[in-house]
Structures are given as C-alpha cells and as structure tokens.
Design a protein around this ligand. Structure first.
Ligand code: SF4
Ligand code: SF4
Length: 105
C-alpha cells in the first residue's frame, strides 16, 4: 500500500530529516508498538496486525521494547526505520507516525 503512495517530495523531506535532523526523525515515533507484532499484507495492501503474536521483547503493558538499546543485536527481525523502509517496505500500519507524517492515508 505504501508503495502506491510514494511521492518524491515527501520522500525527499523524509530523507532530509533522516540525514540532517536524525533526532527529529527518531522522535517522530510515538512508541505505539504496532510494528512490534507480526503483520500480514492483504492482497489489497492493507497491513493486518496479529496482536496475538508480539515480539518476544515487547512489554505488552507499556508497549515498549525491553531491549531497546541493543534491539538490533537481540532481535533478528527488528529493523531500523529509514525513509526507504517507510516508503518501500509496505509493512507499517496506517496508524504509524511515520506513515501519517509522510504518506497519504
Ligand atoms: S526488539 Fe524491535 S520488534 Fe522487538 S519489541 Fe524491540 S523494537 Fe519491537
Ligand atoms: S508503528 Fe511507527 S510509530 Fe508505532 S512504534 Fe512502530 S515505528 Fe513507532
């Protein structure tokens, strides 16, 4: 779904923030935790979150990561969010702050 929303201007804005103002980029995440559950992409491009299948490192009460500082070492499925991820990976839900900030919803 995100791929069909690709807009060059928005991608350039996201890339500029990611490179030149990375603290702002990181701060965009509102820690909703939705990307820490298994997800499936439907044929129509909708991201369906399986709330019964959280990452083993997600605290379900707070929706926070229990290994945040070393999450990429501890969890092989965990990926750093970059503009390329947001625009091309298609697996972030519509509620994700990055999707809301940069993609048409
Ligand atoms: S390791 Fe990654 S996917 Fe797992 S809870 Fe932490 S941030 Fe989420
Ligand atoms: S879905 Fe988006 S806003 Fe929510 S925790 Fe993941 S990256 Fe952050």
């Amino acid at each position: 779904m995100a791929q069909s929303r690709f807009r060059m201007r928005a991608f350039a804005d996201a890339l500029d923030m990611y490179i030149r103002h990375n603290d702002q980029w990181e701060a965009l995440c509102d820690m909703c935790g939705r990307c820490c559950f298994e997800r499936e992409l439907t044929d129509s491009g909708e991201v369906v979150i399986n709330y019964a299948a959280p990452c083993e490192f997600l605290d379900l009460q707070t929706r926070s990561c229990t290994v945040y500082d070393c999450r990429f070492e501890r969890c092989q499925a965990c990926r750093k969010l970059s503009p390329a991820t947001v625009f091309l990976a298609n697996h972030l839900p519509d509620e994700c702050a990055y999707v809301r900030a940069f993609l048409d919803t």
